[in-house]
Ligand binder design. Structure first.
Ligand code: IMP
Ligand code: MG
Length: 179
C-alpha cells in the first residue's frame, strides 16, 4: 500500500495497475463478442477516460473506430448546479453503433446528458462502457452494459482520474484517506 499527497489531500493505493488492466481486458473481450460485425464507433469522453480508452482499444480486435469528445460544464446556471454540453463531436453517428467510453459514473448525470445529446443524432444503438461505477451514488436510471469495476462511494484519483487536475498520471487507482 503506498500513499501519495496531492495538494491538501492524502490518497492510498486501492486498485493496482495489474488488476485494472485485467478488468479492462475482460470488458474488451465482451465488447469484441457483442459488437463483432457492427463496426462500433467508440466515443471517449476527455479528459478522464484517456488511459482507459487507450488500454481498452489495445484489446479490441474487431473492426472499429474511435473519436473523442469533451464536456463543457457551466457552474451555477441553475439551482441544481452543472449543465454540461458535448463538444467536439464531428462524426456523423447516424446509423452507427456507438460505445461511449467514460472514466467513472458517479451520480450518472453526466452520462444521462451524453445519452440524451447523442440520442438526438439517431445512432443505430448507444452503449455505455465505464472504467468505474459507484453503484451507491447512482441517481438516475442508466443501462450501463460494460463496467470494468464497481467501487465504494469514496473519492479516487489515478489512471486518468484527477483531483483538481492532478494525479491523472498515476498508474494505479488511489482512494482518498479520511484523516
Ligand atoms: P457524475 O455526473 O456525477 O456521474 O460524475 C461524473 C464525473 O465526475 C466523472 O466523469 C468524473 O470526471 C467526476 N468524478 C466522479 N467521481 C470521481 C472521483 O471519485 N474521482 C475523480 N473524478 C470523479
Ligand atoms: Mg469523466
Amino acid at each position: 500500500m503506498s500513499r501519495v499527497t496531492i495538494k491538501d489531500k492524502t490518497f492510498e493505493t486501492s486498485i493496482p495497475e495489474a488488476e485494472i488492466l485485467e478488468r479492462v481486458k475482460k470488458v474488451a473481450e465482451r465488447i469484441n463478442k457483442d459488437m463483432a460485425d457492427k463496426n462500433p464507433l467508440f466515443i471517449a469522453v476527455l479528459n478522464g477516460s484517456f488511459m482507459f480508452a487507450s488500454d481498452l482499444m489495445k484489446h479490441i480486435t474487431i473492426p472499429c473506430e474511435i473519436s473523442f469528445v469533451k464536456l463543457a460544464s457551466y457552474e451555477g446556471t441553475t439551482s441544481t448546479g452543472k449543465i454540461k454540453e458535448v463538444i467536439g463531436l464531428n462524426e456523423d453517428i447516424r446509423g452507427r453503433h456507438v460505445v461511449i467510453v467514460e472514466d467513472i459514473v458517479d451520480t450518472g448525470s453526466t452520462m444521462k446528458r451524453m445519452i440524451e445529446t447523442l440520442g438526438t443524432r439517431e445512432p443505430a444503438s448507444l452503449h455505455i462502457s465505464t472504467l468505474l461505477l459507484k453503484p451507491g451514488k447512482l441517481q438516475v436510471p442508466l443501462d450501463i452494459e460494460y463496467v470494468a469495476m464497481e467501487i465504494p462511494n469514496d473519492f479516487i484519483v489515478g489512471y486518468g482520474l484527477d483531483y483538481d487536475q492532478q494525479g491523472r498520471n498515476l498508474r494505479d487507482i488511489y482512494t482518498l484517506v479520511n484523516e
